[in-house]
Design a protein around this ligand. Structure first.
Ligand code: ISE
Length: 335
């Protein structure tokens, strides 16, 4: 059985997802798109065999032609669209972050709990990257004994002009917030953000940042967030355990040896580095939604917890102090 999908927000990531969802291997097609920029919605729909451009996200979600919804609009607009999809009883895949405040994320969690079933999946794509999955498998299999420390780096070649200081946490490090909870199977108990010497390439940004996470079981994780490295896009993660270490290998497909050097290509941006993860993520989401099964991926609860930790990290960035993370009780729907 196929899945007819409506996509709200067809900017860069929206168009990436449209490309994967229309005529994708799971039998999905895109039947409707909507965007704050009506001309852009019309242009995207015109390139697709079965899609209409609808005047608003609300109309798209209410349309009988739409079985399931993808929300890839600007972050502050996510909440009403996700709530409307839950109210309509339609599966909804929402790009990260789920919503820009922990209060708005909590309203989504409460709506889903009231509906009594899981419909929301959040786009934390690291969980679908084959290298990240192999890293978790090694940790879960006990290949390195009990994990003690984690070292991560999240480096962007550059960021767009609208990128602000807080986005280094709320838009970028939020991936590691979800990744660490998923990889280690435990919650983040406290966070501290440190501000090293500033890169002259970052303009007004505080770039880089060093974020220290204390996990509930005592594991410590450090994350370098650098968003103007220029040499390419690089994601690192090494877990140091009692009996060994495991780390993500370089994603370069080949190694070149010549003239006394060894070199491997570095991806240019997140689209290139994580292309396969988006394929797997959307394929698994389509399969589940088409089969009427609740989503197995990151839940609204995961989106909410990530936002609570992100808010704590922002407080630490603004005050310079360690901030403890206070989580509400996890509702039974997400256990
Ligand atoms: C972007 O939104 C992403 O999700 C990328 O993975 C991240 O590296 C980048 O910093 C974000 O702006």
């Amino acid at each position: 059985m196929g899945l007819d999908v409506g996509v709200v927000g067809v900017g860069m990531i929206g168009q990436e997802h449209v490309r994967r969802l229309d005529g994708g291997p799971g039998g999905s097609r895109v039947v409707a798109v909507a965007d704050a920029d009506a001309d852009r919605a019309a242009a995207v729909a015109a390139r697709l065999p079965a899609a209409k451009a609808l005047p608003s996200g609300e109309e798209l979600i209410a349309s009988d032609a739409v079985d399931a919804v993808v929300v890839t609009s600007w972050g502050p607009t996510h909440e009403p669209y996700v709530l409307a999809a839950v109210a309509a009883g339609k599966p909804v895949f929402c790009e990260k972050p789920l919503a820009p405040t922990q209060e708005s994320c909590l309203r989504i969690v409460e709506a889903e709990v009231a509906a009594g079933r899981r419909l929301v999946q959040v786009g934390f794509n690291r969980r679908y990257d084959p290298a990240h999955r192999a890293l978790k498998q090694a940790v879960d299999d006990g290949a390195i004994g009990a994990p003690l420390l984690v070292h991560c780096a999240h480096r962007n070649a550059s960021v767009p002009p609208h990128y602000t200081r807080d986005m280094s946490i709320a838009d970028t490090a939020i991936h590691e917030i979800d990744e660490l909870r998923w990889l280690l199977g435990t919650e983040i108990a406290a966070v501290r953000v440190m501000t090293p010497r500033r890169s002259s390439r970052g303009g007004e940004l505080q770039d880089p940042l060093l974020v220290l996470f204390e996990m509930a079981d005592g594991v410590l994780a450090d994350v370098e967030v650098s968003v103007n490295v220029h040499y390419g896009y690089e994601i690192r993660c090494e877990v140091s355990g009692e009996t060994g270490t495991v780390e993500l290998a370089t994603p370069a497909p080949v190694t070149i040896r010549r003239e006394g050097t060894v070199a491997g290509l570095v991806p240019g941006d997140w689209r290139e580095r994580f292309a396969l993860s988006y394929d797997v993520e959307l394929r698994e989401w389509v399969d589940g939604a088409a089969g009427g099964r609740p989503p197995q991926g990151p839940s609204a609860w995961d989106g909410h917890v990530a936002q609570v930790v992100s808010d704590a990290a922002l407080r630490s960035l603004h005050t310079g102090s360690r901030v403890a993370v206070e989580l509400p009780e996890r509702p039974a729907l997400y256990r």
